[in-house]
Design a protein around this ligand. Structure first.
Ligand SMILES: NC(=O)c1ccc[n+]([C@@H]2O[C@H](COP(=O)([O-])OP(=O)(O)OC[C@H]3O[C@@H](n4cnc5c(N)ncnc54)[C@H](OP(=O)(O)O)[C@@H]3O)[C@@H](O)[C@H]2O)c1
Length: 282
């Protein structure tokens, strides 16, 4: 049984879709907080089990018969380390043959503030004694494309990454990588640094939006504090606004850059091009 946690999330759903191309549905378990959210997956023959990161007993039940577990990191910022430890401990009790974890790019040396929880989780994964794979995911291109509608409406793209080159990739690419590792019958690596093939600056993203819309959308770089305040003003919760502004400030110094092309090698195709991601979003 291949267990995918947080299978109700955007990445989790894509991982299940990729797994369905590779292994029979009855070998896949969607482990979720709310089974009602993934009734469509049950309709496709995927086993759906209740699994809450804050409830170890639910994790033990969800991991019955597990051979491999993909722990998709929680979105509960600040509480993730303890939640992830619960999942890792349950995987260790179930003696799974592989524990894969969606970490962050260059977690060991990343200057992103959000990397701290990933580093702590990676340590716990290693300490579990289980065979493991760290899928160190770079930035989702959707982190930027999700707000392109607003940028077009306002006639400018705001951000804080300056001239930093960002090797973002689509969630679908990271999902294909996770599925490739989970479905592999052979040996897999312990660490994959996963990022898009072609890095871009936010000015280049704005230029691509301009090209596709026929409107001039300049990039306005903002200092970290101003960008954080702008995100607060458009309705983001304070911790998320601070985290995004911090990530962009670190990206300006290269924290989201990687040119190893490990992701495209793992999935056996080029990563989705920026132009296609922009087109899909617009
Ligand atoms: N690399 C990047 O650029 C980037 C960007 C954003 C996030 N991330 C990380 O990648 C993860 C996956 O991304 P995503 O886009 O799929 O996020 P998402 O759509 O927000 O999904 C988050 C998932 O976490 C689940 N979850 C939260 N708390 C849980 C708990 N206590 N027990 C069990 N499940 C819990 C949610 O379950 P419910 O459906 O029940 O809420 C949901 O399935 C995120 O959670 C975050 O850690 C990475």
């Amino acid at each position: 049984m291949i267990i995918v946690t947080a299978a109700s999330g955007q990445l989790g759903r894509l991982v299940i879709a990729e797994l369905l191309k590779r292994v029979p549905a009855e070998r896949i378990v969607a482990a979720v907080r709310d089974p009602a959210k993934v009734a469509d997956l049950a309709d496709q023959g995927v086993l759906v089990r209740h699994a809450d990161y804050t409830d170890p007993a639910s994790l033990d039940k969800a991991f019955e018969g597990a051979t491999k577990v993909l722990l998709i990191s929680s979105n509960d910022l600040g509480n993730r380390e303890a939640q992830h430890r619960n999942v890792i401990d349950a995987a260790a009790r179930a003696k799974v043959g592989l524990l894969a974890y969606t970490s962050v790019l260059h977690a060991d040396r990343s200057t992103l503030s959000l990397a701290a929880e990933h580093r702590a989780t990676e340590e716990a994964v290693r300490a579990s004694g289980l065979p493991y794979t760290l899928l160190r995911n770079g930035w989702y291109v959707e982190n930027y494309t999700v707000s392109l509608g607003g940028a077009v409406a306002h006639g400018a793209l705001a951000g804080g990454a300056g001239e930093g080159r960002i090797s973002a990739a689509a969630r679908a690419d990271y999902a294909a990588a996770a599925a490739a590792v989970l479905a592999s019958e052979g040996a897999v690596e312990q660490i994959y640094e996963l990022a898009g093939d072609t890095a871009f600056t936010l000015a280049e993203l704005a230029a691509e939006v301009s090209r596709q819309t026929g409107k001039t959308i300049p990039f306005h770089n903002l200092p970290q504090k101003e960008y954080s305040e702008m995100l607060l003003n458009v309705g983001l919760p304070a911790p998320l606004a601070e985290l995004i502004a911090d990530s962009d400030a670190q990206a300006a110094k290269g924290a989201l850059f990687d040119d190893s092309r490990t992701l495209s090698k793992l999935i056996g195709r080029p990563t989705i091009a920026l132009a296609d991601a922009v087109k899909a979003a617009l």
